[in-house]
Structure formats: C-alpha cells, structure tokens
Ligand binder design. Structure first.
Ligand SMILES: [Zn+2]
Ligand SMILES: [Zn+2]
Length: 420
C-alpha cells in the first residue's frame, strides 16, 4: 500500500513537471555526449560546401531521434529536420551552421585537435551543430506537450562559397528550407569570445554589418616622366580621387548612419621616371544598412566619374556585396528575454551593440523575423580567450549545455506565446 502511494506520488510529480524542467533533466543526461559530439566534429572539420561527413552525421542523428521529417542534401550538405509537437500551434525554426575554416591548428595542445591539416573549426560551428542536435534531442523528450512544430536547419557554407555560385543560407532558402511548413520565427546562436561562459548576449535591430568589397582601377596614359603632359598620370589621378572619396562619409551621408570606408591597398606604376598608366586600389565598405550600402556604390561611381573625368582619365569599379546586415527582431528579443534571464540568472543576459562582422543568418531574417543570440564561451581562468577565426581559438565546453537549454527554452516559449 505504502509502495503504491509512493508510486502514485512519483507519477503525480512527473506529471507536474514543467517542460523546462524536463528539458533540464534531458540536458543533464546528455552533457557528456554533447561534449563528445562537439569534439568529434572538431576533430573532423570540413570546409564550406564540403561538409559531407558532418551533414551525414546530422541526418543520421536526427533520424535516430525519430524526427517526423529529415531532408538531407539541401543546398549541398545541408539538412532540414521537422519535429511535430503533440499539441497544435505555430512553427518555429532553429538554425545551426556546420562548416569550418582554412586555418591550421596543429600547434593547439588539446586531445581533440583537428585531424585535417590546415582546416579548423575556428568559428565554433562544431559547437553550433552539437547544440542544434542537443536541442532536437531535448525537444523530442517533450514532443507530446510541445505546442507546435520545430524546424531544424543545419546549414552548410556560412563562411563562404567553396566554389559554388550560390551558397549557405541563401541557397537553403532557394531550395525551400523555409517552406512546408513555413516558420513564423527563426532563432540561432553564435559562440562569442567577448562574453564569459555563463552569459549570453542579444542585440536589437542591426547586429552585424553589410559589407561591400571595392576594387578600383584608375586608367591613365603612359609617358616619359620628363614629359608628363604627353600622358595622363594615374598616380596623380588616384591621389585626388582617394581624397575625394573620403568626402562620401564625411560630407554626403547621414551622420545618423554608422559606416566605414577603408582603402587597404594601392599599387601602380612601373618605374620612378615613367608616368603611371594604371593604379589599382582596393578597400571595404561596412555599414548596418542596405540603403547606405546602395548609396556608397552610387556615390563611389559618381565621385570617380567626376574626378577622373576632370583629369582626362578613366576608371573601372568593381563593387561586390557580401552578406546583408543581420537585423534582429526587437519583438522576438523582448519575448525571449524573460525566459533567458530566468535560465541564466539576473545580469547574465547582456545587451550588446552591433558588430562589424558578417553573418548569412541575415538572409533568413529577410524572410521571417529572426534573432541570433550570442553564447559566451570565454574563460580567462582556463586560458580560453583567443578570438574567433584564429589558430588559437577554443571554447569552454560548459557553454554547450547552456546553449542547448537556452535554445530549447526560447523555442518552446515562442511556440507557447504564438499559440495564445
Ligand atoms: Zn566565422
Ligand atoms: Zn560563424
């Protein structure tokens, strides 16, 4: 009898557990496997659009978890998984990127060192993939109570083309990753070395930069250095134009819009006593607004046309756009803040300003409202302070469980609120 009463009480306790508590238990149980998964991915990094092993591993794990749909081979080696909750509700997506960088880490002294010479997970995408799989596992455990559908996007080629004409997030969207079902919101996280482990960050509105790669060739006419009037001096033309280009930022664009325009290289001429026929200059534009990027392209053209034309010279301009700026949805952030503060403890969710890095998560945010969170992975006491994209970069693996819990809580909370 007493035993029966005890069993009854235990059952009632299980029934009384919140989804968050059950997620917490699931994460606790999976912690060693999370670390193992991240280390396995770290030891087998794959460059952009070559994530064959990683994509296969992800698809196999999602199938083994029993997701309702798993579609592999999206945008190359990408994988889309769908988990349908037992209760009706909206659709939310979680994105993780999978590719590594052409950086050598042979000098890093860790047991899980990259086994591929010259390739390293230096942007934490190994952690992103392990966390994405962890979120899927945790949510499978609460599938029956889940009020809606969760879509998992494991994306290739965030770091670049890898030889493809279209790649990464853009190609995932082109291949229908956001359709059938279409999510009402999308979330992701990126590891951050500027934040200590235990903390997370978020940014309202512009979170990363839109950038343009600028290449200019000033075209003059060769002549003997003693007879400059017989030629057109590309060095003199470039000098005038470079100064004139600085007035785009200082005199013509709104002072309310932050941007930088840096010219990083200049090469031209053949000999000290020959009037230069050609001078090549390259640089970068960074801004948080697509409109400002458009203005830069138009104004660089306009300035070069007037400036070179006035001196009888010509020019050629190449303006190549990278990813658009990430725009985090303030209302999604507002919704996610309380749940993250509850999880992390007061003061551990920090609001940060935008960074001048680029991130192709911005393409999803052009389709549906989205937020990318920052996950603290730095730990000065353990010597883990090296920045992303460096040979020395490594992360505090305690952040993995935090990332899974945060992701799972944010997703569940969004579904709950969207169903109200
Ligand atoms: Zn990166
Ligand atoms: Zn990254």
């Amino acid at each position: 009898m007493r035993v029966l009463i005890w069993i009854g009480a235990a059952a009632a306790m299980v029934g009384a557990q919140t989804i968050e508590e059950r997620i917490g238990e699931a994460v606790k149980a999976m912690e060693p496997r999370l670390v193992e998964c991240r280390r396995d991915l770290h030891m087998h990094p794959e460059l952009s659009n070559r994530e064959e092993r990683t994509g296969k591993l992800v698809a196999e794990r999602l199938r083994a978890l029993g997701l309702d749909e798993v579609r592999a081979g999206v945008a190359g080696h990408g994988v889309v998984g769908v988990l349908k909750g037992g209760k009706p509700g909206g659709v939310v997506a979680w994105r993780a990127d999978m590719d590594a960088l052409p950086i050598d880490e042979s000098k890093l002294n860790v047991p899980y060192k990259s086994t591929v010479k010259g390739v390293k997970h230096a942007c934490g995408h190994d952690a992103h993939t392990a966390i994405g799989l962890g979120i899927a596992e945790a949510l499978v455990k609460v599938k029956e109570e889940l009020p809606g559908t969760v879509k998992f996007l494991f994306q290739p080629a965030e770091e670049g083309a890898g030889g493809a004409a279209s790649w990464g997030a853009k190609q995932m969207i082109a291949e229908g990753a956001l359709e059938n079902p279409r999510p009402g919101a999308i979330f992701a996280l990126h590891v951050g070395t500027h934040i200590p482990v235990g903390q997370m960050s978020t940014t309202d509105n512009a979170a990363s930069a839109a950038s343009g790669a600028v290449a200019i060739e000033f075209q003059g006419k060769k002549a003997h250095g003693a007879y400059p009037y017989q030629g057109i001096d590309a060095v003199a033309v470039a000098s005038q134009c470079i100064v004139a280009l600085q007035t785009i930022h200082s005199r013509r664009l709104s002072s309310q819009e932050p941007s930088v325009f840096s010219l990083g290289t200049i090469h031209g001429g053949d000999r000290r006593n020959v009037i230069a026929e050609s001078v090549k200059v390259t640089g970068t534009v960074r801004t948080f607004s697509d409109k400002v990027l458009d203005q830069y392209e138009a104004m660089i053209h306009q300035t070069l046309k007037g400036c070179t034309g006035g001196m009888g010279a010509g020019y050629r301009l190449e303006f190549k756009r990278s990813y658009p700026a990430m725009m985090n949805s303030p209302s999604l952030n507002e919704g996610a803040r309380p749940v993250l503060e509850r999880l992390l403890g007061k003061g551990n969710l920090v609001t940060v300003g935008p960074g001048m890095f680029a991130e192709d998560f911005s393409y999803y945010q052009r389709q549906v409202p989205g937020v990318m969170l920052g996950l603290g992975v730095a730990n000065a006491a353990k010597g883990l302070t090296a920045g992303l994209h460096t040979a020395e970069f490594d992360l505090d693996e305690d952040a993995l469980a935090i990332g899974v819990k945060a992701g799972a809580h944010v997703v569940v909370d969004y579904l709950r609120r969207s169903g109200q």
